[in-house]
Design a protein around this ligand. Structure first.
Ligand SMILES: Nc1ncnc2c1ncn2[C@@H]1O[C@H](COP(=O)(O)OP(=O)(O)OP(=O)(O)O)[C@@H](O)[C@H]1O
Ligand SMILES: [Mg+2]
Length: 329
């Protein structure tokens, strides 16, 4: 059954369960796994504190990653509690994708019905690096652009074929958790919030990956891409994943980590590769976009012509002419 729960304001809820935030130490995790008959030597902490605790480790000489998911609040209690059951959504989808063709994910080696722990393949041992790491080092892997775009489309196409099941969060909950920033940010328009929520929970509904961002994507030297972190997957708008990923690329560029022209080329290539697999419905903005461009070009042409007519004696272009010409192109 698809999770169709609506948001319940915490203060009014009769059945609200307080999240149990539990962050186990490496030692505690080793013991929990030993109880299940799994002997893992725990290594460095890869990440921890918010939704999960993730450690590198080894099992019988094989590099593994151990992920423990806890109940948590995203940033503060106004956001909404994030249940540890997202672990089961994550491992269900990882196992499903591993069996299909076309989407590379880490192999799940151990997971349990009664413990939110996944022991999985360490993607670094397979030659992958997390995209975030590349970007923070100023490296935007241009050879991965098409694979990223195509990969997101194939990922969504593959998830669309998954049978129905109850995800940890519902579509409205995921939208609320992400959309709250929109409500807090200027200009804080309720209309915009409602319009986007309606789209997220009505258009192209299918099982989707929502966290398609550089901390959940790996790339390798051949430009191939791999994916992790499906805990907050829901039945929602298929078209969410691509712009979510591309917006992150622009943010790294705006923050100065990667060069802006390269980021623009990367996004153009990725979007084109996505379009080869899935259509992008931008019909709502197209007429306005074309009208805007046509008006802009016409105005630029008029200014250039009048500029040339007024300056026939100068026999050369001034910077304004060049800029305007570039604008027209
Ligand atoms: N299979 C893996 N191989 C290598 N590194 C991994 C693997 N799984 C997770 N990691 C590392 O651990 C980090 C956190 O893992 P993951 O994204 O699954 O946890 P999360 O709590 O859901 O993260 P977040 O809340 O930051 O999105 C990843 O960004 C990645 O650096
Ligand atoms: Mg993550």
């Amino acid at each position: 059954m698809i999770n169709n729960r609506r948001i319940t304001p915490i203060g009014l809820s009769e059945s609200y369960e307080a999240p149990e935030i539990h962050i186990p130490s490496a030692k505690e995790l080793t013991a929990l796994l030993a109880d299940k008959g799994v002997a893992v030597t725990m290594g460095e902490s890869l990440k921890g504190g918010t939704v999960s605790q993730v450690y590198a480790g080894s099992e019988q000489g094989r590099a593994v990653v151990v992920k423990y998911t806890t109940d948590s609040f995203d940033t503060d209690p106004t956001v909404s509690p994030l249940p540890h059951q997202s672990h089961y959504t994550d491992s269900t989808i990882l196992k499903y994708l591993a069996k299909t063709n076309g989407v590379r994910v880490p192999q799940v080696l151990h997971d349990f019905q009664d413990q939110p722990i996944t022991v999985m393949e360490d993607m670094r041992a397979a030659g992958f690096t997390i995209l975030n790491e590349n970007l923070l080092n100023g490296h935007l892997p241009m050879e991965s652009a098409s694979e990223v775009g195509k990969g997101i489309a194939v990922l969504q196409q593959t998830l669309a074929k998954h049978e129905e099941f109850e995800t940890a969060l519902s579509g409205p909950q995921v939208y609320y958790e992400r959309g709250l920033e929109l409500r807090l940010a200027y200009p804080n328009t309720q209309t915009q919030y409602d319009r986007l929520e309606k789209r997220f929970t009505n258009a192209h509904q299918q099982l989707i990956a929502v966290d398609t961002h550089p901390k959940n994507m790996f790339v390798n030297k051949e430009g191939k891409v791999a994916w992790i972190d499906f805990g907050f997957s829901v039945w929602g708008d298929r078209d969410f994943a691509l712009p979510n990923c591309m917006a992150h690329i622009f943010i790294y560029a705006l923050a100065g980590y990667i060069e802006r022209p390269k980021a623009a080329t990367f996004v153009t290539d990725a979007v084109a590769a996505y379009r080869n697999v899935l259509p992008i419905e931008d019909a709502n903005i197209r007429p306005w976009h074309y009208l805007y461009r046509a008006t802009y070009r016409f105005t630029c042409s008029l200014i250039i012509v009048s500029s040339i007519l007024c300056n026939t004696s100068r026999q050369r272009c001034c910077p304004a002419d060049i800029l305007l010409t570039l604008g027209i192109l």
